[in-house]
Design a protein around this ligand. Structure first.
Ligand SMILES: CC(C)(COP(=O)(O)OP(=O)(O)OC[C@H]1O[C@@H](n2cnc3c(N)ncnc32)[C@H](O)[C@@H]1OP(=O)(O)O)[C@@H](O)C(=O)NCCC(=O)NCCS
Length: 343
């Protein structure tokens, strides 16, 4: 008797991004408001980070609500229906409810039927991680279209008295639809992690340290302090500039693309000085438009690349069909870079 053989899933030969959409909270926080919390100056914040203002979400602008708004735009641009979506991946580090994944609520609200839906935690590399998973799902035959969302309410985890982070973070959501393509639209993902530097950006305390566990509440006298994000700025800065420029170059090489062939460079909007240093290290020609969304959006972690991509397309700085180099990097430490065709 011949051994039975499993019929494998077969997918599209190539994948690409079919649509992108963003949601920016209504409330603008200019540097002048940050100066009410920390001893700093508008000039210091602008020159050290490039940030002039950021958006912070209000009570109605939940992780799910911002995601649904951003995803709706991406779905419309892709010209598909929500029922065609065969996977929903939500990258976030600031959804404050451990379980269930927020992705299932988002999938249900969008009308994605019974699509598999799950959250991932890859901080500022989260959009790239999600894109890599979606690319594999589409080409592997486990989904036709996948919705990738990067969403953060970092204001919930920001210590307004911390001079090294209070001015940096913002809230928002960015979404992309990944689906089949006749031509290659997503290059090899260069991604990785370095757990030896886990401490340089992290939550101050785990929830069970911040809040006494039920069985320890009585008589423990634990101080209950809401956790926040802490960052050791200088090591992060050095790592981002030196190591990430190499990763970006690897993504270009793997895709067989040279910097002068790019129609856009869309790095994670961490800090304008990091972006400028990467441009130099990559010897990016001045003709390549560079995302500088951080000036008005701050650092929105997983949401920053799709938000910046949407802005460049809407403003006409970059165009559909152009090649873009994207690179995300942050807490973990984690990183992910790839060359993609813009939707
Ligand atoms: C956070 C960051 C802007 C701080 O800049 P820096 O030059 O490293 O600042 P330092 O902590 O070395 O402090 C330099 C000086 O600025 C002062 N300073 C620090 N924070 C300040 C603030 N918010 N406002 C004004 N002055 C400040 C310090 O007191 C210090 O003053 P001194 O020279 O008189 O001692 C910078 O480290 C950075 O951009 N890091 C990367 C962060 C990042 O992108 N993270 C996201 C990754 S996902």
């Amino acid at each position: 008797m011949t051994k039975p053989q499993i019929r494998p899933a077969t997918g599209a030969q190539y994948s690409r991004i079919h649509g992108v959409g963003g949601y920016r909270p209504v409330r603008v926080i200019p540097n002048s408001e940050v100066l009410e919390w920390i001893d700093s100056s508008d000039e210091w914040i602008r020159t050290r980070s490039g940030i002039a203002e950021r958006r912070w979400a209000g009570p109605e602008e939940s992780v799910a609500e911002m995601s649904v708004q951003a995803a709706g735009k991406a779905i419309a641009q892709a010209g598909i229906t929500p029922e065609q979506i065969g996977g929903v991946i939500v990258s976030t580090v600031s959804h404050l409810k451990q379980t269930p994944a927020i992705a299932t609520e988002i999938a249900q609200r969008l009308g994605c039927g019974t699509a598999p839906a799950f959250d991932i935690s890859a901080a500022c590399a989260g959009f790239g991680y999600g894109l890599g998973l979606a690319d594999g799902m589409v080409r592997g035959g486990n989904a036709e279209y996948v919705l990738v969302i990067g969403v953060e309410r970092l204001s919930d985890l920001t210590d307004k008295s911390d001079r090294s982070t209070a001015f940096i973070f913002g809230d928002g959501a960015g979404a992309a639809i990944v689906g089949p393509s006749n031509t290659p639209g997503i290059g090899k993902l260069i991604w990785g992690s370095d757990g030896s530097q886990a401490d340089v950006i992290s939550q101050t305390q785990a929830w069970d340290t911040a809040f006494a566990k039920p069985d320890a509440i009585n008589g423990q006298g634990k101080e209950q302090k809401w956790p926040a994000l802490r960052m050791d700025g200088q090591p992060v800065f050095r790592w981002a500039v030196w190591e990430m420029a190499k990763v970006a170059q690897q993504a270009l090489d793997a895709a067989g693309i040279t910097a002068d062939q790019l129609g856009a460079f869309i790095p994670h909007q961490a800090n304008m000085r990091i972006t400028d240093a990467m441009i130099k290290a990559l010897k990016l020609p001045a003709s390549v438009p560079v995302a500088r969304d951080i000036a008005e959006t701050g650092n929105t972690s997983a949401a920053s690349i799709p938000l910046a991509m949407e802005r460049m397309l809407e403003s006409g700085e970059a165009h559909s069909g152009d090649l873009a180099l994207i690179i995300g990097f942050g807490a973990g430490l984690v990183y992910a870079a790839a060359v993609v065709t813009l939707p």
